[in-house]
Design a protein around this ligand. Structure first.
Ligand SMILES: C[S@@+](CC[C@H](N)C(=O)[O-])C[C@H]1O[C@@H](n2cnc3c(N)ncnc32)[C@H](O)[C@@H]1O
Length: 209
């Protein structure tokens, strides 16, 4: 059975899942630094001095220091109260749905969406997410996804890596992703990954048309 966006939303609601994410998921220093580094590089290119940035879903807020480093006012949104409970006290966070954002059109210079797209199985859920990211962004959307052109997908295909099953995370090709971005009025400008063809987790910087 394919995951729906609401079953994805439920996944991080439990306190122990949130605690694990906050305390253990990125315990390895190199792994911890990877996403913030790629986000910082892409933002530097697109909008070096943003005034307002949205981090959705922000989870435990691990990207906040990177996003605020350029003097931006950062707002985080996540569906899980338990994940938000791990963010810093002075941080502006909202509990809500990334597929129905409670923000006005074009209210952020950049919108960052890290580690959600590969959980969305249904193309209609990805389309709703991209529509919402594009709607609230003035110009830039920075999205991470799993690239089907990377080694782990090939290893799964030839049986060298165990599949996560029908409810697992999913990879999409750059072509598929560009198609979905285009339908939301977004144009891919740049892709970044730690190791091309090796790391699945890839960021795309997309510009509103
Ligand atoms: C893998 S975590 C990523 C969190 C953060 N972006 C990061 O990279 O650390 C996925 C997050 O997505 C949130 N989430 C899942 N579905 C959501 C939805 N529809 N709206 C808002 N947040 C959602 C979960 O609560 C969880 O915090």
């Amino acid at each position: 059975m394919h995951r729906t966006s609401s079953s994805v939303r439920d996944k991080w609601q439990a306190p122990e899942v949130a605690r694990h994410y906050a305390e253990a998921r990125f315990r390895n220093r190199r792994a911890e630094a990877r996403d913030p580094r790629l986000v910082a590089q892409l933002l530097e290119h697109a909008v070096p001095s943003p005034e307002r940035v949205l981090d959705v879903p922000c989870g435990t807020g691990r990207l906040f220091p990177t996003l605020a480093a350029r003097g931006a006012s950062v707002v985080g949104l996540d569906a899980s109260r338990e994940m938000l409970a791990h963010t810093e006290r002075d941080q502006r966070v909202v509990q809500g749905d990334a597929l129905a954002l409670p923000f006005a059109n074009a209210s952020f210079d950049a919108v960052v969406c890290c580690r959600l797209a590969h959980h969305l199985h249904r193309d209609e859920d990805l389309a709703r997410l991209l529509d919402e990211l594009a709607r609230v962004a003035r110009r830039w959307v920075l999205l991470s996804f799993w690239d089907a052109g990377a080694l782990p997908t090939w290893r799964k295909r030839v049986g060298l890596k165990r599949s996560e099953g029908a409810r697992g995370r999913i990879a999409r090709s750059r072509r598929e992703l560009a198609h979905a971005l285009a339908a939301a009025g977004l144009e891919p400008r740049e892709y970044r990954t730690s190791l091309r063809f090796v790391s699945q987790q890839t960021f795309v910087l997309a510009e509103k048309r």
